[in-house]
Design a protein around this ligand. Sequence first.
Ligand SMILES: [Zn+2]
Length: 114
Amino acid sequence: MHTGSVPIRSSNRPRKRLLVHLSQAVETLALTKAPRTHVVPLKRSLDGSLKLQSFDVTSREFDHFENLSNALHRLDKGTYGRCIFCGASIETDVLARTPWATECRECGDQESQP
Ligand SMILES: [Zn+2]
């Protein structure tokens, strides 16, 4: 009988990892905050109203969502994993830690220096 393991090549699946981060972020919001409910009346021809739910997010939370959604856009455009400053490939360990990274280590280091 054969038993085997399926290799998980997580570094080759950035989309999946980004989506995991995204759903975790949404889950965290849903667990820690009560949603606001807005009722938006529809125009005359469309009878009724629309119920919208939203969460108040801090700017940090908002940034996180934006980073994730930008990374997904870059995946679609084929520019994911490339440094936005110098165009070099972003190191795989950087992407492993922050899948939404937009700069290589060198450019990131320069920016964080005073
Ligand atoms: Zn760079």
